[in-house]
Design a protein around this ligand. Structure first.
Ligand SMILES: O=C(O)CCC(=O)C(=O)O
Length: 354
């Protein structure tokens, strides 16, 4: 799903592509030659939060939308003609959101979990802390010598140094990058069984830790509305997606897991975004909906066969809707998390693989 999906010719060819293009972030230049966000018509984007608010006041919903109130803590939304798709507005408390934002930045990208940076830099330890301390990542000289390759591919080939280090000194390869730049370029990390993006499958031979128990328990609970009574969801892998302004996740299917009756539990954190839920083909018109911090989406059964993606996140103060997070991340120690999440969205999606 990263790095394109193989369609390179006419970008307007399918309904899904047209919707992605409609909501994508574009800049225009105004008369003073300043960059301005191009306004987008959001009138067709479904807002389940506001549908739920109206339902709570009047008991009414649009015809095709149903509010399910079962044994689960929060109301769950189900839409006609979208079997297997469930939307839980505000499923996560603000405390839970803050906790998972912090874990997503501090512990989830830690080796042996892999990130998009592995391919180029090998395992990178303590990226978030290094970014906060203004460090730079410097290539070790021995990793440049082909005659003396590092014996273990998991050995760090780069290391963080203070900005003051002279990278032309002996022992350094001369290549360097600011940790803060790397943090902005963090696009994904994988927990539990590691997904191999190049082969598009789970590589069970890769070293990995189990998904943290607290996340496992939360995912099991969140999965309940999408599971037949008595059935169990076993979280075995998770993909954490990090979005900065302008980042998108192209339309794709999550089809690498064995049992599609098991839901994907997908949690949104940080800035508001737009989610597109299409059909079995890219030619099917997708449903666009807002995703806010704390919302949870479940996709099981037929919904697992549907193209989906994220064409837009809103990082401007007017649309990001993160005021609750701002209040809860108000201490000096939380400032670094707030600085990050003010212009970012994080998605954690949890899967049963086998
Ligand atoms: O960011 C999201 O909400 C969706 C993520 C997703 O579709 C995926 O990782 O497969």
């Amino acid at each position: 799903m990263y790095g394109g999906d193989g369609i390179t010719d006419d970008p307007d060819r399918t309904a899904f592509r047209r919707a992605e293009k409609k909501y994508k972030l574009y800049y225009d230049q105004n008369t003073k030659r300043r960059k301005q966000i191009r306004p987008v018509d959001l009138s067709e984007v479904v807002d389940f939060k506001s549908i739920l608010e109206t339902y709570n006041q009047t008991g009414e919903t649009p015809n095709c939308v149903h509010v399910l109130k079962g044994e689960f803590d929060c109301p769950v939304i189900h839409v006609d003609n979208r079997p297997g798709f469930y939307f839980i507005p505000g499923a996560l408390s603000v405390e839970q959101q803050c906790r998972w934002i912090k874990e997503s930045l501090v512990s989830f990208p830690q080796p042996p979990n892999r990130t998009n940076h592995n391919a180029h830099y090998g395992p990178v330890q303590d990226l978030f802390t290094a970014a906060g301390e203004g460090k730079i990542l410097v290539q070790k000289e021995d990793s440049l010598k082909e005659s003396e390759p590092l014996s273990n591919a998991n050995e760090p080939r780069w290391k963080f140094c203070d900005k003051t280090v002279n990278v032309s000194l002996k022992g350094y390869g001369g290549n360097s990058i600011l940790a803060s730049v790397l943090l902005r370029k963090l696009r994904w990390s994988t927990l539990g069984l590691q997904f191999d993006w190049s082969k598009r499958n789970y590589d069970v031979s890769l070293p990995h830790n189990k998904i943290p128990d607290a996340l496992c328990q939360l995912a099991k609970k969140l999965a309940l509305p999408a599971l037949p009574a008595g059935d169990e969801f076993k979280p075995e892998a998770a993909i954490v997606n990090y979005f900065a302004s302008g980042d998108t996740l192209g339309g794709h299917l999550d089809d690498m897991e064995l049992d599609w009756t098991k839901p994907i539990v997908s949690m949104s954190l940080g800035c508001k975004g737009i989610f597109l839920l299409g059909g079995n083909s890219r030619d099917d018109e997708p449903l666009a909906m807002f995703l806010r911090s704390g919302d949870v989406v479940l996709m099981a059964g037929k919904a697992r066969e549907c193209f989906h993606g994220v064409p837009r996140i809103f990082t401007d103060m007017e649309h990001s809707e993160i005021s609750l997070l701002e209040k809860h991340l108000s201490t000096a120690t939380d400032q670094c998390f707030l600085d990050y999440i003010r212009t970012s969205r994080i998605n954690i999606n949890i899967r049963q693989v086998f």
